[in-house]
Design a protein around this ligand. Structure first.
Ligand code: ZN
Length: 190
């Protein structure tokens, strides 16, 4: 685990590049409802806690809309930058939650300051991992693919350590693992 990744612009840019690839894949799959062509329909997010220096594109969620007027199904690509509708970037939700485990109060405060989150917000993330995340259909099926059970009380640190490599590689692998939580389709009301 590494706190340095929280402010590493190269790492964040790498996530953007991977999101570009995931978007291209999502678009190539066409509309899941009618097999129509997908048009780009990006939307803006206001992710918090990111270091300065990332361009405007970083705030765009890569999403598509079926070109057929009678369908218009929206499909949002999986993302390594955003975790569902959470306001803070996925990297922050994972790393700050993992690093605060066993940390001294001073270190916890430092982490909060680094990403501009209050203690209450960080506590809420902890609860999200230990209470909401574990009840998602994604986790219910994904946990079966792991070699041994992970401690749910120690999430996401306990999950992060299941992936091999240096801290950046581990985090990338975990963000990819969480991918199914982040994309999906929305059928528009007619
Ligand atoms: Zn369609």
């Amino acid at each position: 685990m590494s706190e340095a990744l929280l402010t590493d612009l190269r790492f964040y840019r790498l996530l953007l590049a991977f999101d570009g690839d995931l978007a291209a894949l999502a678009r190539a799959e066409r509309c899941r409802r009618c097999d129509g062509v997908l048009h780009s329909a990006r939307y803006w997010r206001k992710p918090r806690g990111l270091p300065a220096g990332l361009g405007e594109e970083y705030r765009q969620r890569f999403s598509f809309c079926c070109a057929r007027r009678e369908c218009r199904t929206r499909k949002t690509a999986k993302s390594l930058r955003f975790l569902g509708r959470k306001i803070y970037a996925a990297t922050i939700l994972v790393l700050v939650s993992a690093l605060r485990r066993g940390a001294t109060p001073a270190t916890r405060r430092q982490l909060q300051t680094l990403v501009g989150a209050s203690r209450r917000t960080v506590t809420r993330w902890h609860r999200w991992w230990c209470e909401t995340f574990i009840r998602t259909p994604f986790w219910q099926s994904a946990r079966a693919t792991l070699h041994a059970p992970v401690s749910t009380a120690a999430l996401p640190a306990s999950l992060l350590e299941r992936f091999a490599g240096d801290p950046a590689t581990q985090l990338l692998a975990l963000l990819r693992f969480l991918g199914p939580l982040t994309g999906g389709i929305t059928v528009h009301a007619m």
